[in-house]
Design a protein around this ligand. Structure first.
Ligand code: PLP
Length: 472
């Protein structure tokens, strides 16, 4: 049979329809209930049991987007989305991603699309300048940056690089881990534990270091745990500090932690997944104090920097251990450019071989907004978070549950867990906003994460109204 490819003309026509569909969505996103109300199985029940034997008209496919898919969407792009941490999107990022799909490039090697590699290296260097990160993270020095799919993957690669650095590259050879021990705080993200599992370190060898009253890692407790492990003949090899923990955006004291790591020659990885973006603003750069002591660092432009998921920026101060740990060179990938040593092959900087042209969306975002536009965007969220925190602090029925150094406000009603649970359920059921919870000091705590692309003061005011009315 003739293969029913879409012709360029048809693509042009349908492409315009799809862009219109997305633009309409952006325009009306506020009108949808933020949290999807479907029940498990509802979406599948609307789908045919078998794939179509012959191609269907595109109109039908588009119509089913509205009929089947939209009811099952939780609207991350709604200005009323205050849950988890945001995954904010923007026009230029969507268009950059579209171009990436259109080019269909797979950038595993420099040679498989030089622009894919070089643009990525370049925008990663731009990020170092924009956030005033340590110069060692620049590609012109010993280190450099790479775009990965997620902070979880970036942290896993950091653990593997650290593992090989600590065992003189022998773990990759013999599978024998020795006696490696990793450290992070009790408030670190679950991706650290996942990475420790995947890298074969074993969770019994991951020490959870206690936190202080502000939920930041206690360096003295870290130092003590390291001493105990050393005394027992074990090998401390990896510490993960967090700038902006998931529960409460606590900022670990990276400088003190880094000094301890230097003293014992331990790899320091810094996870700044959400909060890293705040360093766009000079007054917020204190959060990165001590990052120059880090061996690796990750933050997610796909959370708060207007770059559609997925785009995680991972930097190393020295690329040699990373590449040494991950590079495998089969015959079929050999090529002149790689052999010359003059190019970067990003396949050696990540877990998968293949890679998308993600730099395009980041490049579009940075060029469209400019540094000043991005700074203004982040500043406004910081202002809104401070405003919301001031309302909580000034209301006798509620209390702040943690410091709010960035754009997340942790708070609770003073009536206890059941009341807070009820507040969360009620406000989420309203469809106007969506917020989620954590536990701090064992108490159910509500999290107001203010980082959506189109969130304005009126949305935060509306949220506060709903929250205040909810306990009654
Ligand atoms: N680290 C921290 C501090 C996070 O808050 C998160 C997600 O919220 C992650 C890591 C995981 O991010 P990703 O989904 O990119 O793996």
């Amino acid at each position: 049979m003739a293969i029913p490819h879409m012709t360029p003309d048809e693509f042009r026509r349908r492409g315009r329809e799809v862009i219109d569909w997305i633009a309409d969505y952006m325009e009306h996103v506020e009108e949808y209930p933020v949290l999807s109300t479907v029940k498990p199985g509802d979406i599948r029940a609307m789908l045919p049991g078998h794939p179509p034997a012959t191609g269907e008209p595109f109109d039908q496919v588009l119509a089913d987007l509205d009929r089947i898919v939209m009811p099952g969407i939780t609207h991350w792009q709604s200005p009323g989305f205050f849950a988890f941490f945001n995954a904010n999107a923007s026009g230029p990022a969507i268009l950059g991603d579209l171009v990436s799909s259109g080019l269909g490039v797979q950038g595993m090697l420099w040679a498989t699309s030089p622009a894919c590699t070089e643009l990525e290296t370049h925008v990663m260097d731009w990020l170092v300048e924009m956030l005033e990160l340590p110069p060692a993270f620049l590609s012109s020095g010993t280190g450099g940056g790479v775009i990965q799919d997620s902070a979880s993957s970036a942290t896993l690669t950091a653990i593997i690089a650290a593992r090989e650095a600590a065992t003189a590259a022998m773990t990759n050879r013999t599978g024998n881990l020795g006696n490696l021990i990793a450290y992070t705080s009790t408030h670190a993200h679950s991706s650290i534990e996942k990475g420790i599992r995947i890298a074969g370190i074993g969770i019994d060898n991951l020490r959870s270091i206690p936190v202080d009253a502000a939920f930041a890692m206690q360096p003295a407790a870290l130092a003590q745990a390291i001493e105990e492990d050393l005394a027992a003949g074990r090998v401390p090899f990896f510490v993960c500090a967090t700038i902006g923990t998931t529960s409460s955006t606590a900022i670990d004291p990276v400088r003190e932690i880094g000094e301890i790591c230097r003293q014992h020659n331990i790899w320091l990885h810094v996870d700044a997944a959400l909060a890293g973006t705040a360093a766009l603003i000079p007054e917020m750069r204190w959060i990165n104090d001590g990052v120059e002591l880090a061996d690796s660092y990750v933050f997610n432009p796909h959370k708060w920097m207007l770059t559609n998921f997925d785009c995680s920026a991972f930097f190393v101060a020295d690329r040699t251990p990373l590449i040494g740990a991950l590079s495998v060179l089969p015959e079929y990938l050999r090529n002149e450019a790689s052999a010359s040593g003059a190019v970067i092959d990003y396949r050696d900087w990540q877990i998968p071989l293949g890679r998308r042209f993600r730099a395009l969306k980041l490049w579009f975002v940075i060029r469209h907004y400019g540094v000043e536009g991005l700074q203004a965007f982040v500043s406004e969220h910081l202002r809104l978070a401070r405003l919301f925190a001031s309302w909580i602090a000034g209301d006798g029925g509620f209390e702040l549950a943690a410091p709010a150094p960035v754009n997340l406000v942790c708070f609770r009603h003073i009536g206890g867990d059941d009341v807070n649970q009820r507040i969360m359920e009620r406000v989420n059921k309203s469809g106007e906003i969506y917020l989620t919870h954590t536990k701090l000091n064992g108490e159910l705590t509500l999290r107001m994460s203010i980082g959506q692309t189109h969130t304005e003061e009126r949305h935060v005011r509306k949220a506060w109204e709903l929250i205040r009315e909810a306990p009654g």
